[in-house]
Write a protein that binds this ligand. Structure first.
Ligand code: CDP
Length: 205
């Protein structure tokens, strides 16, 4: 029997999904896919002059290895290409195959529990207030040498939230059966404990 187990983690920018996903994957020995990176890689190609749908259809593994995908500019480009139905469609098969790989998988994004893996064994929606998220992202970006202000980061985060929540195709929202974890007042360790408890509950026969 093939041993598959999918953990879907959705939520807005800088809520802590990435950190929690990586920690969960490490804990259980599961593979981890940051699906935002797919959209960032498409966005980066568009900034380089490629047409969006073409950029998604011809996306290569090495496009994900670029070291400039975490910038604020690429994040905005990602959320703009992410509204295009054909761009999203081009990325579905890869994500679904990853989710069902033997040995278990954690995928984080915006539509994993709702569209990509509606049958995931565990669904989490990790969120936090826009102010807290902007502060975290500001520290992350400035820590990597990007020059910006807290106001700019907050405006970017809110613009992206708005675009991600209000698009027609696969809008960001918790799946009906997702557990929401608000990390505004939780440490990473505390948020992780809540997530692990939910996973254990679902893994028990
Ligand atoms: O790291 P951060 O949370 O800031 O963003 P990300 O997860 O890297 O995603 C960048 C953008 O890609 C998001 O703002 C979404 O517009 C888009 N995205 C999406 O539409 N669907 C996903 N499953 C993942 C990301």
């Amino acid at each position: 029997m093939t041993d598959t187990f999918t953990i879907a983690i959705d939520g807005p920018a800088a809520a802590g999904k990435g950190t929690i996903s990586k920690a969960i994957a490490a804990q259980f020995g599961f593979a981890h896919l940051d699906t935002g990176l797919l959209y960032r890689a498409v966005g980066a190609r568009v900034l380089a002059g490629v047409e969006p749908i073409e950029a998604a259809i011809t996306l290569q593994a090495e496009d994900l290895d670029r070291d400039d995908l975490r910038t604020a500019e690429v994040a905005q480009a990602a959320s703009k290409v992410a509204v295009i139905a054909e761009v999203r469609a081009a990325l579905v098969d890869f994500q679904r195959a990853f989710a069902r790989r033997a040995g278990g998988a954690v995928l984080d994004g915006r539509d994993i529990g709702t569209v990509i893996c509606p049958n995931a064994e565990v669904k989490l929606y990790v969120t936090a207030s826009a102010e807290v998220r902007a502060k975290r992202r500001f520290l992350e970006l400035t820590g990597k040498g990007e020059v910006t202000s807290l106001e700019t980061v907050l405006a970017d985060v809110m613009a992206r939230d708005d675009r991600d929540m209000n698009r027609a195709e696969a809008p960001m929202k918790p799946a009906a059966d997702a557990l929401t974890i608000d990390t505004s007042e939780l440490s990473i360790e505390q948020a992780l404990q809540v997530a692990l408890k939910e996973i254990s509950a679902q893994r028990m026969p």
